[in-house]
Design a binder for this molecule. Sequence first.
Ligand code: ASP
Ligand code: MG
Length: 418
Amino acid sequence: MALIIQKYGGTSVGGIERIRSVARRVIASASKGDRVVVVVSAMAGETNRLIELGKTVSSRSEGREFDVLLASGEQVTTALLALAIEDAGRKAVSFLGHQVQITTSGAFSKARIESVNTDRTLAALKEGYIVVVAGFQGATREGSITTLGRGGSDITAVALGVALKADRVEFYKDVDGIFTADPSVCPDARMLPRVAYEEMLEMSYLGAKVLHPRCVEMARRNGLPLVVRSSLNFNPGTQVVPEEELMEYAAVSGIVCDKNQVKVSLNGIPDRPGILAGVFTSVAEAEINIDMIVEDTASADGRTAVSFTCGSADLAAAEKAAKKITSAYPGSSFAVRSGLNKLSIVGAGMRLHSGVAAKMFTALAKEGVSVYMVNTSDIKVSCLIEAKYSELAVRTLHEVFELGKAPSGRRRAASRGK
Ligand code: ASP
Ligand code: MG
């Protein structure tokens, strides 16, 4: 008898009919003899609505009371799903974060889970209940309600999976699984039957909005199998597995595009130890969430150029910080370029294949796409390009790396030594 965590996102519980259909799915799994713990998000759009509501009476947009407010979205869906399951004839019980003792740090709106008590959940499962747990929320040791950050229900699901030693966590979405590229951009995109944790982690960090990176990392560390599948059909979906389970694979598994990127360049900054520390302390103080950093001492006059990227939500703050930083150094200047996208190719197979970056740059150059910054790891290459070229670039790279034409799944011998 397996213990399965099923997580349903906001779209899957976005209305009463959807909730009824989730109830039927959950009951079908439980009827096979599995023990089922369900984690739900708030109804689609509800968390945004609650944030806006809070902002109508407060100049703030986060803090203790905001977490009390936002946690209410998941309280509603948890209760509605438990009611719908009971109505369809199975025993169900709902628990909020503090009731199953999901204990977190006190960092409101971005709390970290410290521990999960399994007693109440295991007791309810033993009595034959389907357990429905509110995602996204926990409580501090002192009893204040906390939330885990946007998209945090994924983290709840994996944390429960780890604590309960579940056999797997199934994520139910409005998409069929993980694709080689966004199917709305690339009609040729293919669903990947399996991806490695490391690939999933990179894709999540690089802008694929499918799973929260923190939950992928937690699952990887604990060897907990994940499945991403649709709540609208019965297709098997994508399994996220250890890399060792993928026998042979292509250099590139998927293409991800992160929109709304901004590049800030600081030129003519004095080149001496401690300068970078000063620059990035100022950036951190402005609470700018930076991504790529490039420092390049090109000139012989003791000056250097530093560039960094951030999301466009931080554009105004970045401009202000750049102005402040450069005003401290006579002769220095700054430039801010918005309207950029970060286009990334990801694949564990890159470790075995050479020339992947060259192939990417050649393909982009052929289409006349300029690259403004490059960043790599052992399993990804990211390029900053103009937003207007990103769809063309995704389709071009999808074709160049032959992502649309695998004969059976992703396993195929890729040509080596490119
Ligand atoms: N309801 C929360 C959000 O919209 C958490 C989640 O959906 O995972 O961010
Ligand atoms: Mg979500």
